[in-house]
Structure formats: structure tokens, C-alpha cells
Design a protein around this ligand. Sequence first.
Ligand code: SF4
Length: 281
Amino acid sequence: MPDEPLPAPTPLAAKSPYELRVDLAKDFPEADFRTALATGEVGFLHSFTTGSTVDGPGVRLVAWTAGCMWRCFYCHNPDTWTMRNGIPVTIARAKEELSKYGHGLRVMSGGFTLSGGEALMQDRFAVKLFAAAKGMGIHTALDTNGYYGDRLSDAELETIDLVLLDLKAWNSQRHQRLAGMDNGPTLEFARRLAAQRKPVWVRFVLVPGWTDALDEIQQIAGFSADLGNVERVDVLPFHQMGRFKWRELGLEYQLHDVEPPSVEEVERACAYFRAVGLKAY
Ligand code: SF4
């Protein structure tokens, strides 16, 4: 009987991070896993995508990491919660991917964004990748929930041109309910970035009935404005594009009945940020 053909390996490139990807590192040995995290020689990636215009200035190449310590109930990529779902990628291969797009990114004034999951779950890999991108003259952005910001030294932060900082909620109990963990380290990281005058774009997901309380938005707006280094705020309307992943992964999804916010509701949220002098979109 002929041997079964081996399944084709999952390509590193994806059309979008909404592709469901699971178990791609399931056979990666546990001991090598620990070494990979400690050295950054291997990362665990959901995918690379090209052509994004919302993850930093210009057109972006985005690497989506696997692994996140939070459990936001509106997360649209819960398959990126565990590193075992990601593709093991050597730093050499990741650099090769960067260099393929380097010229185009430079001439289009775009850049490279590391997102997730939570990119700083793999902080050593992130540091190596940012240093490589800077070495190629590519603009760099880190999209992060900020919880592990203290894993980056000041010198390592120098290789990151822009931080896209996700602020989910202000009140710490509300944040705990929403994301499963406290927002103290995130706010601390925000203050550190401000002290260093590092450009920041705040990202705030508007989920009707969950994150649209007026006092919450005003507190986040006031905090962001006081930092002095926030260049813009992106109010991201909640959507249902990731719902199928929760079903496929057997996770309990609480937001079946939540409609995306209307254009007017998004505008209203933006208005609170603009009222304190911030650019909001
Ligand atoms: S921080 Fe991001 S990746 Fe992590 S659970 Fe929340 S939305 Fe999902």
C-alpha cells in the first residue's frame, strides 16, 4: 500500500489573522520550547500578513505571535492564546521574511509591526526581530497589551519606533473581569513610555454594553492625554469576525447577542478623546 502523502506544512503567510490555526507547535519538544523562549532563537507565530494599513503608519508587514496571558472575552483571535498553536519559526527565517519586504516597506514609508496574541510573551524573539528590522532601515511598531513591558530594557525599547498600546478598561476590577488580569502593569508601562517620550498610539476596543461606560472612556481619555506622548487614539469597533474561532475551539463565547457599535457610537467615543486634545479615529 502506498504511503500516505505528508500534509503540506502550514504556510507562514496568511491572508489575515482570522485564519484559525491550531496545534502547529504541538510536536516541538518541551525543553527546546524553554530554550527558544530564553534565547529568542525560535519564535511561535500565527502568521505573517502583508498590506495592513491599520497597524501603524503606512503599509505594514505584520507578524502575529502566538501566546497571550490575557483572556479578553471579546478576543477575535483566541487561537493565539497558546504558543503551541503557533508555527515554530527560527529567527533566521523571520529575518528572511522581513528582508523580502524591506525595500517595499521603505519606499512606501510603511514598516513592520509585531502583534499577537501578546508579542512580549516572546520578548527575546521580539527584541531580535526589532533589531533586525532597524538594521534594515525599516520602521518598527509593537502592538501590545503592555503587561510585560518591563521585560524590555530601555536600550531594547530604542529599537521600537512606535508602541500601539491596548487600553481595555480603566477601573481595575472591570479590567480584571474583561481581560482576566489587572491593568496595573499596563498603566505603569504607559507611564514609562511617556517618560521616554516614545510615540504611542492608544487602541481602545468599543464593545457596546461592556466598554462603553462614559466614566471609563473619560478616564482612559484623561490618562492618555496626560501622558503627553500619545499621537493618536484608535477606537476599534467590536465585531463578530472571530466568533467562529470560539466555537471551533470549544470556548464559551459570551457576546453572541452583542451588535457592533454604530458609526454614531464610535464617533461619540472618539469625541471624548478629542475633548481632551487627542486625535481619535
Ligand atoms: S490581549 Fe489581545 S490577544 Fe490577548 S486575549 Fe486580549 S484581545 Fe486576545
